[in-house]
Design a protein around this ligand. Structure first.
Ligand SMILES: N[C@@H](CCC(=O)N[C@@H](CS)C(=O)NCC(=O)O)C(=O)O
Length: 202
């Protein structure tokens, strides 16, 4: 399989960590892929029209896009019941937390594009504030009840840990002051081998 990605992308990094956790890293060749709105990567677009990372080209010729679909595929491939809790009582709580964290990540990435890609005279501050407000609201929910993986990493833990480190890298760790539970929750996760192995340099 080929994974078109970059660990700077929180969606791409989540997939890379899931692959490591599932013992699939050896089966996946990671292709470092640069994308940016307004600067089409035409070679990559020939593979996937939305030219968003991550994208997984499978051995039987499928191109999967959208990180949750790729995570689902990888878990199904090895019959994993832990990362998504597939078929266990924990499954829908894991999927609910993952969906929430992913939505906040979409806002954090969109906010980054608003400020780092859009020309300054075209930035709409109310829109940027709206995106930040949604990230804050999700973090407030998770601060009150961080995912509890009971020692076994799930994709809810992985995607939240990746989001928090993305906020550290792209937003100067501003979230830390108001979220002591998440700060304590993140520390051991950041030291986990799959997090260390995929740590991006922002
Ligand atoms: N829903 C997608 C989001 C992927 C996404 O937005 N990736 C960003 C990088 S973090 C991207 O490819 N941006 C390029 C663009 O929007 O043109 C997923 O979960 O994989």
């Amino acid at each position: 399989m080929k994974l078109y990605s970059k660990t700077l992308s929180p969606f791409g990094r989540t997939v890379s960590i899931v692959a490591l956790e599932l013992g699939l890293a050896e089966d996946i060749e990671e292709i470092d892929t640069t994308v940016k709105p307004t600067a089409p990567n035409t070679a990559f677009q020939a593979l996937t029209p939305m030219r968003k990372i991550p994208a997984l080209a499978t051995d039987d010729g499928l191109v999967l896009t959208d990180s949750p679909v790729i995570v689902d595929y990888l878990c199904a491939r090895v019959g994993d019941k832990r990362v998504l809790g597939r078929g266990t009582p924990a499954e829908w709580k894991i999927r609910a937390d993952y969906a929430l964290t992913r939505a906040a990540t979409e806002c954090a990435v969109a906010g980054r594009y608003e400020t780092a890609v859009r020309p300054a005279d075209k930035v709409w501050d109310a829109w940027v504030d709206d995106l930040a407000d949604k990230v804050r609201a999700v973090l407030a929910v998770l601060e009150a009840a961080p995912p509890d993986h009971g020692g076994a990493l799930t994709v809810a833990d992985i995607s939240l840990g990746v989001l928090l480190e993305y906020l550290d890298g792209r937003y100067g760790g501003l979230w830390r002051a108001d979220h002591p539970n998440l700060v304590a929750w993140l520390a051991p996760l950041s030291a986990h081998p799959s997090f260390v192995a995929t740590k991006p340099t922002f």
